[in-house]
Design a binder for this molecule. Structure first.
Ligand SMILES: Nc1ncnc2c1ncn2[C@@H]1O[C@H](COP(=O)(O)OP(=O)(O)OP(=O)(O)O)[C@@H](O)[C@H]1O
Length: 294
C-alpha cells in the first residue's frame, strides 16, 4: 500500500523566524493522527504546507503519492469558519458535491455532519458551532481518503463533540486517514492511533498514547495524609511529585511499586485515587521534561 503522507527534511521560516526545523515523518492508511502542540507551535503552518497552501523553505512533501486526483481525495476543515453567504446549507452542500466524481450521498452527508435540522437554514443564520458542522460537511462531501481537521470541535457543544468523534471513528473504520489538531486533548485521547507532539520547531514525540505513557508515566496516584513528605521521597519510578499541604500527587511509571511503598501507611492515608495518566497531563509532563533538558 502507498504512503498517505511523506515528509522529508521539511524546513519553514516566516521571514527570519524559523517555525519548522527538519521535520521527517510518514503516515500510513487507516490511522487517526493527532498533532498537538502549544499555541504558535506551528501546527496550522504544517497543515497548510501539507495542503500545498504555503511553500516550504526546503524539504519534500508528498501526499497520496502525488496522485493525479489528489484534490478529489482530500478533505479539509480549517480553523477559520467559512465565509458567510445567504444560500442554504442544502444548496452549498449540493453545489460542493457536484464538484466531485464520487461524493457522499446527500442524506448520508447531513446525517454524518449532524445537519438534518439545518438543511434549509441560510449559511449566514448559523451559529458558530453550527458553522463548524457545515465546515465538516463540506470537508467530507467528496468522500475523501485523507481528511485534515484543524481544531474541528472548537465552538461545538459537548453533545455535538461526542457525536463528531463518533463520526470520525466511523470514517476511520471506512479506511479513511485523519490528521487532526486540537487543544481538547481529552477528546483525542481515546480516538488517536498516533500522537505527534510539535514543539521547539520539530516533532519531539511520535507514537501511541501507550508509548507516551511509558515515557511520561502510566499513572497518577493522589491521596491526603498528615505524614511528612520525606517518607514518600524514596519511592522508585516517580516522574513527578507534588505535595501541597496534606495533599500528595505522584506521577509514576509503576503504580504497583508505589502502592507497595504506601501500603504500610494506609491507616494514615485518605482520599486515595489511582488513575491512568490523561493525555493532558502527559503533554504537560512532556513539556516540563523538555524545558528541564534545555
Ligand atoms: N503568515 C504568517 N507570517 C508570519 N508569521 C506567521 C504567519 N502565520 C503564522 N505565523 C507564526 O508562526 C508560528 C506558528 O503559527 P501556527 O498558526 O502554525 O501555530 P499553531 O500551532 O497552529 O497555533 P494555534 O494552536 O494557536 O492555532 C506563530 O509564531 C505565528 O505567529
Amino acid at each position: 500500500m502507498s504512503t498517505i503522507i511523506n515528509v522529508e527534511h521539511l524546513n519553514k521560516n516566516y521571514g527570519q523566524k524559523e517555525i519548522l526545523h527538519d521535520l521527517n515523518f510518514k503516515v500510513d492508511h487507516d490511522q487517526i493522527i493527532a498533532l498537538i502542540g502549544e499555541n504558535g507551535a506551528g501546527k496550522t503552518t504544517l497543515i497548510n504546507i501539507l495542503l500545498n497552501l504555503i511553500s516550504t523553505n526546503s524539504g519534500t512533501v508528498s501526499i497520496l503519492d502525488n496522485a493525479k486526483d489528489l484534490k478529489e481525495r482530500i478533505g479539509v476543515m480549517m480553523q477559520s469558519n467559512i465565509s458567510i453567504t445567504r444560500i442554504t446549507v442544502k444548496e452549498i452542500l449540493k453545489l460542493t458535491q457536484s464538484y466531485y466524481k464520487n461524493p457522499l450521498p446527500y442524506e448520508k452527508l447531513i446525517e454524518l455532519a449532524n445537519l438534518k435540522k439545518l438543511e434549509n437554514s441560510k449559511m449566514n443564520e448559523l451559529s458558530g458551532g453550527q458553522k463548524r458542522h457545515l465546515a465538516f460537511a463540506l470537508a467530507i462531501a467528496g468522500n475523501p481518503d485523507l481528511l485534515f481537521l484543524d481544531e474541528p470541535t472548537a465552538g461545538m457543544d459537548s453533545q455535538s463533540r461526542t457525536k463528531f468523534w463518533q463520526t470520525i471513528s466511523t470514517l476511520k473504520s471506512q479506511h479513511k486517514t485523519i490528521f487532526v489538531t486540537s487543544h481538547y486533548l481529552e477528546e483525542l485521547e481515546t480516538i488517536a492511533d498516533r500522537i505527534m507532539i510539535l514543539q521547539n520547531k520539530s516533532i519531539d514525540f511520535d507514537g501511541s498514547i501507550a508509548e507516551l505513557r511509558s515515557l511520561e508515566g502510566e499513572s497518577m496516584v493522589e491521596f491526603d495524609s498528615e505524614l511528612l513528605p520525606d517518607l514518600f521521597k524514596s519511592i522508585p519510578d516517580i516522574i513527578d511529585f507534588k505535595n501541597i499541604g496534606n495533599h500528595y500527587r505522584f506521577t509514576t511509571k509503576n503504580a504497583e511499586s508505589l502502592m507497595e511503598k504506601i501500603t504500610p501507611y494506609l491507616n494514615a492515608i485518605s482520599n486515595l485515587k489511582v488513575q491512568q495518566n490523561s493525555l493532558d497531563s502527559l503533554f504537560v509532563n512532556f513539556n516540563k521534561g523538555d524545558a528541564n533538558h534545555e
